[in-house]
Design a protein around this ligand. Structure first.
Ligand SMILES: [Zn+2]
Length: 392
């Protein structure tokens, strides 16, 4: 296996350096980094900051590429997109390539794989669902001096209400023309505060459509941002890499906890020979403990992804290195004693209810902690979402 491994090692070292550097850079970044869209330098971002009603004029813009509801060049008032939440080492949101662009999405693919596996955790499958969000160009009547601002939020906190009101309009209401420059309407938005311990978020719970004080000139369009252009669309491989880093980290966290718990208490699934990776050299699964020989030296690690078609896998070594495209033939199952965990999905399921990985928690919206994740309309913007999510 000489030259092959040498090549592999070179590749591994190269990847390692680049990945570590990237990881470090990402980890050391302070504060919130928006990974779903890019704020233009000359624009301010609008957000609901209190439960006081706000009066907003939504300004349409000339649509660019990829808007699901309008063609390029049309003048339209919002951009719908979908994100996967809590992705990568920074646990931020990334645009879902499948729902947003109709392209293959590594996270959706991973979700589909889990869905096919009857042992997968249903909640995990649900968590990986893309969440709908929207961007608007908006003028806050109270702070017109800030010009046209960009408003980004969950579809469930405003857009859904807006859609409903427009659908239910009476013939003489003219709500659907609300964003017209001439004869458009100001939206008086009633806002409710939802509080979560020390955190808060705001939801538009009512909209009154009111005549605008004055019409806008066409010039205002020049102040708007092409909302389609500011979405950050990662390419497939890049998103996959970011996503796998998360699952690596998750595996490590959960492993630390569950391996202690499961010590000496081998799960009955392990008795099933089909589950033993050593008996399945053509059928490795993610999470399996493996040994990869590099230059005659054995390196223990864990499979972070498996490509059954290519018969290759990605390995995260115990020393922190990672290596992609390792042929199944080059994988050896690690001897039993170290095999503390080999099926994340099953363990998670088994541990359900027994432990609360997210710490003790109370759903701020009155739901069941760890169970109602993403079931409630408050969920998309809940600041305790990650902990609730972890607590399943
Ligand atoms: Zn996706």
């Amino acid at each position: 296996m000489g030259s092959k491994n040498k090549k592999k090692k070179e590749k591994r070292n190269k990847r390692n350096t680049a990945e570590l550097a990237k990881r470090r850079a990402e980890k050391h970044k302070v504060g919130f980094e928006n990974t779903a869209f890019e704020m233009p330098d000359d624009k301010k971002q609008f957000s609901l900051k209190s439960d006081k009603a706000v009066r907003l004029d939504i300004i349409p813009y000339e649509v660019g590429e990829g808007n699901p509801w309008a063609d390029k060049g049309q003048v339209y008032y919002e951009r719908t997109f979908w994100v996967h939440r809590s992705v990568g080492v920074d646990q931020t949101s990334y645009v879902c390539l499948a729902k947003t662009c109709g392209d293959p999405c590594p996270i959706c693919e991973h979700r589909l794989k889990l869905k096919k596996d009857p042992d997968s955790d249903d909640d995990l499958i649900k968590d990986l669902l893309p969440k709908q969000r929207q961007l608007f160009n908006v003028i806050n009547i109270k702070e017109k001096n800030k010009g046209v601002q960009i408003w980004e939020l969950s579809f469930h906190l405003f857009g859904k209400r807006l859609d409903k009101d427009i659908q239910n309009e009476d013939e003489d209401d003219n709500y659907s023309n609300f964003s017209d420059l001439e004869g458009g309407l100001t939206l008086k938005c009633g806002v409710d505060e939802k509080s979560f311990g020390s955190n808060h978020f705001y939801e538009v719970t009512s909209i009154n459509f009111k005549p605008r004080e004055e019409d806008y000139d066409d010039d205002i369009l020049e102040q708007t941002t092409c909302l389609d252009d500011i979405l950050i669309i990662k390419d497939y491989d890049e998103l996959k890499e970011i996503f796998l880093q998360t699952t690596d980290d998750d595996d490590d966290d959960k492993k630390d906890k569950s391996s202690k718990k499961d010590k000496g208490k081998k799960s009955k699934d392990d008795d099933d020979p089909d589950d033993d990776p050593r008996n399945q050299h053509d059928d490795w699964e993610k999470g399996s403990r493996v040994i990869v020989e590099v230059d005659g030296e054995d390196f223990p690690g864990k499979l972070t992804s498996v490509d059954d078609d290519d018969k290759t896998a990605s390995v995260k070594f115990d020393d922190g290195d990672t290596m992609d495209d390792v042929a199944f033939d080059d994988l050896k199952a690690e001897p039993e004693k170290k095999s503390s965990k080999k099926d994340k999905g099953k363990k998670d399921k088994k541990d359900k209810g027994k432990k609360d990985k997210g710490g003790s928690g109370k759903c701020p919206a009155g739901g069941t902690w760890g169970k109602d994740t993403d079931q409630l309309k408050e969920c998309p913007d809940c600041p305790r979402w990650d902990k609730c999510d972890d607590a399943d």
